[in-house]
Write a protein of this length. Structure first.
Lengths: 671, 316
């Protein structure tokens, strides 16, 4: 294998993954040596991230390169391939993991739970398995890497395993991950179409037709959807994310969910040849439900990490909306529009990887500094943790879709794709898809509400607990990690055309059509979507215009008028004796949403009676899916296993009898 | 090109300077309708001048966010005002932001304002922030949906192209636009804190939304916030004018057409201000709990407008 040239990408990615594995194993050398692991191995792991990202960049500029690794079972070698699709997700993995690894170097410290050495190996195996999932070129390596990813992240989620809730959350995660994995395995079973060959290249050569193709797609959507948090398989996300240490939540939410999107794209656009229009509509509808559901539940959460987990569900919904549109356009042979929708999906993937990781890391710093995850006990941290507050502000504005940051760009592209749907040759879809645009804008509006709540309750106002006065800002490594991700949010927000050009090889690979020539027709300052006269947007001009107006206003006010400033008590309509308890709590902030969308929630209220000595009020907003879908299945499973348990008596004579009966029955069948 | 940039700058400055006058006009009309003499058209200018000369008082706990927000909000409204075509279409800044970006720029101002209101941690501030975001999460999608109908008609999301298409195409009745206009009016009332959602003339503690957000501001900060609110009202009105009665706007930068466009604009704004005052005089303020229903209605009307357009004219 020659270094450089087309093989460079594969070499870099494999080297990065090997580096991660080595860093992980080195952690076992001194499992309790915190300084060794945190200050040396995690920053080294960030180098692995850089290598993987560089490999991804190299892979985007070259055509697909397939390599057979001399690993695996004797007759089943591992096939590896880096093409534009995997390269794009490798860039995402690399960039996000650099920030998270640098942050982790300052974050992990001695405490309860898993020893640092074990944490180190689990963390790096998790990273390496995600890289392998992205470059796997046969179902066998893919499933091995996929399961390694699930298992290593399971151990990471349960690193505080002495807490029963965390063990329970981990179990739920593992369960749904495996239900999904079974579906993915079945999907690959359908995809190999009786060839018996599980290499992706032969699946590509003989794609299943008709109903078999639809079955493969639905199984893949279900299986990968379980990992992505697609409704109704989302229940593990709000349990697992709060349970995991914050850098792990950042990786799971920012990167691991994207591997599921990668899987859906790989199966739909690459392994299957001709998508049906209803696949797209199904994905679109599920995506819309997921987005609205996720953001509504995010609005009523009181735990900051649960809030972010529900927000991840929303963002995955948004990505799937874009994927659904892309599938629909592709099915109607409209490659340019499909490229627009796919670009929106990929753009949102990398945006979400940046800002959601950033916000999870910020919650990690808050958690370390205050030991508090409950929004009702936080507040006013902008004074004691100014740099964390600054980075979290960038993340929150980006996720709320505020220009000129990156979240807005993908929203803009997606809405442009929606506005192109009336050209579809199906009049029913023409009528129904605008309703989808309405639901998407509603979700986007609610995302702003959620982020004002998240940021305002944690960082603004008065501290709700006296202990918060002792909160301290994050260390320099943590700040560096967050700064890396925040810089990514700003860069992707200000340079959309450059980003579209970077991810355009994915379009040309999957759709044989690129977007950059139409999106860049007005020059490098503007992004224009389909055509300059149809739409254009220039974040740099918006940003500079905004900046110059603000600066001019500031200077005029400063020099034209007096700029005296006095500090005083807050006015608050003249009410004296302001205390921290007079502010809105997180519950209070979510209350209007709970009231307006009441049927969406399963609300349980505990109201005090008039005779209570210490009256208490409690309201919880539960998930209908849990009660309507999951608990019945769980009860059914329990009942079935109990009735099977009747056979089990623990007496050896009975078991011998069972064997005898089985033997007799088998003999009867055979003869 | 240089002439176009000069017109762009002149137009922006004109709109920024005119904004308090428009508010003054609405207030004056309302006073006349209520059999009062009213403070005169120039009252908002006098109020701004007074506020700019005072010493600012800022709460002890206020952070940089609190002091930066008036400038950011003012900046975002000036930017919005410069994007909206009022006199002439096709100005140099038009390609920088389309209607979706315009909604985003409004959201930028609003989010900072809500965050600043939560910054000090007063009871009224957080209440105002919550209510403002409650209005916004319904008004923002409704506004986008309102924009989508004309965007589909003109095959463009650029406001300049939309206005150009609507003003200069042969006259066609677009039934979808009627729904959109009604929805837009409702969004305008809600977003600008007018009756029936909010009352701009009162500090009545339990019902206020917009005033609660600005309660802690004083002097130059308050002046900027007030000016930004004036600008926002003018921006929304000019959007309405541009989308639903665009006739008279100039097609290109040339002397006489611009003066005609200016006269048309002033006449339309005078009529719109009077109509707004009449509407406010005739209606009563809704309870805050009814506000979501009002806005949901606006959202539904906007979606209905879009559907009507797709159904009746979609295949074209």
């Amino acid at each position: 294998m020659a270094l450089g040239g087309p093989h460079l990408a594969t070499v870099l990615v494999l080297a990065g993954s090997a580096h991660w594995l080595a860093a992980g194993l080195a952690g076992l050398a001194r499992p309790q040596g915190l300084l060794w692991i945190a200050r040396i191995l995690f920053p080294l792991g960030a180098l692995g991230g850089l290598a993987v990202a560089a490999g991804g960049v190299a892979g985007l500029s070259h055509g697909p390169v397939a390599v057979i690794l001399p690993l695996g079972l004797p007759d089943l070698p591992f096939h590896v391939r880096v093409d534009a699709l995997s390269a794009f997700f490798l860039v995402l993995l690399g960039i996000a993991s650099v920030g998270v690894s640098i942050f982790s170097a300052g974050y992990f410290r001695a405490g309860h739970g898993t020893a640092p050495g074990l944490l180190c190996i689990q963390y790096h195996v998790f990273l390496a398995s995600m890289a392998l999932v992205l470059i796997a070129d046969d179902a066998y390596l893919f499933m091995v890497a996929w399961e390694t990813m699930a298992l290593s992240s399971y151990f990471l989620v349960t690193s505080n395993h002495h807490i029963p809730e965390i063990r329970r959350a981990g179990f739920l995660y593992l369960l749904i991950a495996h239900v999904g994995a079974v579906a993915i395995l079945l999907s690959y079973g359908v995809l190999q179409a009786g060839q018996g060959d599980y290499v992706f290249s032969s699946m590509r050569a003989h794609p299943p037709q008709g109903w078999w193709a639809s079955m493969a797609f639905v199984l893949a959507l279900f299986g990968f959807g379980a990992k992505a948090g697609l409704l109704p398989l989302h229940v593990w996300l709000p349990e697992a994310h709060p349970a995991a240490p914050s850098p792990v939540s950042a990786l799971m939410s920012g990167v691991m969910l994207k591997t599921a999107i990668y899987g859906i794209l790989r199966v739909t656009f690459d392994l299957l040849d001709a998508p049906q229009w209803w696949w797209g509509v199904l994905t679109l509808a599920l995506g819309l439900l997921t987005a609205v559901f996720g953001v509504l539940f995010a609005a009523v959460q009181t735990d900051m990490k649960r809030l972010l987990a529900y927000s991840s569900i929303e963002n995955i919904g948004v990505v799937l909306i874009a994927v659904g549109l892309a599938i629909t356009f592709r099915a109607y042979a409209m490659p340019l529009l499909a490229a627009l929708a796919l670009t929106a999906a990929l753009y949102h993937c990398i945006n979400h990887a940046l800002f959601k990781s950033l916000l999870f890391l910020a919650t990690g710093s808050v958690l370390h500094s205050t030991r508090e995850r409950n929004l009702g006990k936080l507040g006013g941290l902008i004074h004691s943790m100014p740099s964390v507050a600054f980075f979290a502000l960038i993340g929150a504005l980006a996720i709320a879709g505020i220009p000129p940051l990156n979240g807005f760009v993908s929203e803009w592209l997606l809405l442009q794709a929606f506005l192109a749907t009336p050209s579809l040759p199906n009049s029913y879809l023409n009528m129904l898809i605008p309703l989808g645009a309405a639901a998407l804008t509603l979700a986007a509006g609610l995302a702003g509400y959620v982020m004002v709540k998240f940021y305002g309750v944690i960082f603004l106002g008065q501290p709700r607990e006296p202990a918060l006065a002792h909160a301290h800002d994050a260390g320099w490594l943590e700040r560096l990690g967050m700064a890396w991700l925040a810089a990514g949010c700003v860069a992707l927000g200000l340079l959309p055309l450059r980003t579209v050009a970077i991810l355009d090889p994915v379009n040309s690979l999957l759709l044989a059509r690129t977007l950059s020539e139409t999106a860049g027709r007005s020059g490098w300052l503007f992004i224009t979507g389909l055509a300059p006269e149809r739409a254009s947007y220039s974040p740099l001009i918006v940003f500079c215009g905004m900046l110059s107006v603000v600066a001019a206003t500031f200077l005029v006010v400063r020099f034209r008028y007096n700029c005296r400033l006095r500090r005083g008590e807050p006015w608050d309509c003249g009410h004296p004796g302001l205390t921290a308890r007079m502010q809105d709590t997180a519950e209070g902030f979510g209350q209007p949403i709970k009231q307006i969308f009441e049927p969406m929630f399963r609300i349980e209220r505990q109201l005090p009676t008039p005779f209570d000595e210490r009256p208490a009020y409690r309201a919880t907003a539960g998930d209908h899916f849990w009660f309507w879908a999951y608990l019945p299945v769980a009860r059914l499973t329990e009942r079935v296993s109990r009735s099977i348990g009747v056979l089990q008596h623990g007496r050896i004579s009975l078991y011998l009898l069972y064997s005898l009966i089985t033997l007799v029955l088998l003999l009867l069948v055979v003869t | 090109m240089n002439e176009a940039i000069a017109i762009q700058v002149a137009k922006t400055i004109l709109v920024v300077l005119l904004a308090p006058l428009f508010t003054g006009w609405v207030n004056q009309c309302r006073a006349w309708l209520q059999n009062r003499r009213g403070p005169g058209l120039l009252q908002p200018y006098r109020a701004l001048r007074k506020l700019f000369h005072k010493d600012a008082i800022v709460a002890h706990r206020a952070s940089f966010l609190f002091r930066a927000t008036p400038y950011i909000r003012f900046g975002s409204m000036v930017l919005a005002a410069s994007i909206i075509p009022t006199l002439v279409t096709g100005l140099p800044i038009a390609p920088a932001a389309d209607v979706i970006a315009l909604v985003g720029i409004f959201a930028l101002g609003r989010v900072f304002m809500a965050l600043a209101a939560m910054d000090i941690g007063t009871a009224f501030g957080t209440m105002g922030a919550r209510r403002e975001m409650l209005i916004a999460f319904l008004a923002e999608p409704a506004l986008l949906m309102v924009f989508f109908t004309p965007a589909l008609i003109s095959q463009s999301t650029s406001l300049s192209t939309i206005v150009h298409t609507l003003a200069y195409q042969p006259f066609v009745i677009h039934p979808g636009l009627a729904f959109a206009a009604l929805a837009f009016l409702m969004v305008l009332l809600a977003e600008n804190a007018r009756i029936p959602i909010d009352n701009p003339a009162t500090h009545l503690e339990l019902t206020m939304i917009h005033e609660a957000l600005m309660l802690e501001y004083s002097a130059r900060h308050l002046a900027l916030m007030d000016w930004a609110s004036n600008l926002k009202l003018l921006a929304y009105t000019t959007i309405g004018v541009a989308l639903f009665v665009p006739w008279g706007i100039a097609r290109a930068v040339d002397g006489s057409a611009i003066w005609v466009a200016l006269l048309c604009l002033l006449a339309k704004l005078a009529a719109a201000g009077a109509a707004l005052a009449l509407l406010e005089t005739l209606s009563a303020k809704l309870r805050i709990f009814r506000a979501p229903e009002f806005l949901a209605m606006a959202f539904l009307l906007a979606v209905l407008g879009l559907l009507t357009h797709v159904l009746l004219e979609g295949a074209a």
